[in-house]
Ligand binder design. Structure first.
Ligand SMILES: Cc1cc2nc3c(=O)[nH]c(=O)nc-3n(C[C@H](O)[C@H](O)[C@H](O)COP(=O)(O)O)c2cc1C
Length: 227
């Protein structure tokens, strides 16, 4: 980001919602190229991420939209080999570790647990400005569980910011290990782990098998309704 871009971004932030200046074509091209360049990377150098870079990525990624501005997504950052080893000890123990296809993923210097607090949404939606939505009592009343949605938006921010900073990132789930991970890292009972994002300097990689499926055609996924 140039100095001009930075001061513009600061001015836009201070301008408040709806008052920011429209993005220039150059900005939109940069964003488009970052979105298209992003790939899940599963082979990392063990070089640590500079603390200032990591902090900037985390601080920016958290600025994701959230329902009711609840902001219940939280990042638990496992930084360095001692912390990340504890993650892999829980999720990939013994012989499974040796036969694991993505050995280079185990070298990622940082694992971010993208977490959320579902109950924060019922609490927020009990407040006077939201109570009429009827979502303030039970999580079951939410047709779309926005806590997962919001954590996903923040996780995508992490992936894109990693790409923009020439880092690699891979998102994956802890599957059946959530409970053990919560115990290992002494996480609050009401905190749920939505996904894990590995971050680090990428080494040459092979794509995951799913990539062979290719992209669906635009007309299969974009449906214009004109009247
Ligand atoms: C919610 C979610 C869960 C995923 N879980 C895994 C996973 O467990 N292991 C993995 O290697 N990749 C995982 N991926 C990565 C996808 O396989 C990948 O995004 C997809 O194949 C497209 O490749 P690309 O992201 O490199 O374009 C996951 C992606 C998402 C969005």
């Amino acid at each position: 980001m140039s100095v001009d871009d930075e001061s513009q971004a600061r001015a836009d932030e201070q301008a408040g919602p709806g008052n920011a200046s429209p993005p220039t074509i150059a900005q939109s091209e940069v964003l488009e190229s970052i979105i298209k360049r992003r790939r899940m990377r599963r082979n990392f150098d063990d070089r640590p991420i500079e603390p200032a870079v990591l902090e900037q990525i985390l601080e920016t990624a958290r600025r994701a939209p959230s329902a009711g501005h609840t902001q219940a997504t939280e990042f638990v950052v496992l930084n360095g080999p001692a912390a990340t080893a504890r993650y892999w000890d829980v999720t990939l123990s013994g012989s499974r570790r040796h036969s694991f296809r993505w050995q280079g993923l185990l070298r990622a210097p940082v694992l971010v647990l993208a977490c959320t607090r579902p109950q924060a949404y019922t609490t927020r939606y009990s407040e006077p400005d939201k109570a009429s939505t009827g979502r303030g009592n039970h999580l079951d009343d939410w047709p779309v569980p926005y806590w997962w949605f919001d954590a996903g938006a923040a996780a995508q921010n992490l992936l894109l910011l990693a790409t923009a900073n020439d880092l690699g990132a891979c998102l994956f789930g802890p599957f059946d290990h959530e409970k053990s991970l919560k115990q290992t890292f002494a996480l609050d009972d009401d905190l749920r782990i939505a996904a894990v994002v590995a971050l680090g300097y990428p080494l040459p990689d092979e794509d995951g098998r799913s990539v062979n499926r290719g992209w669906r055609r635009p007309d299969e996924v974009i449906h214009h309704v004109l009247s």
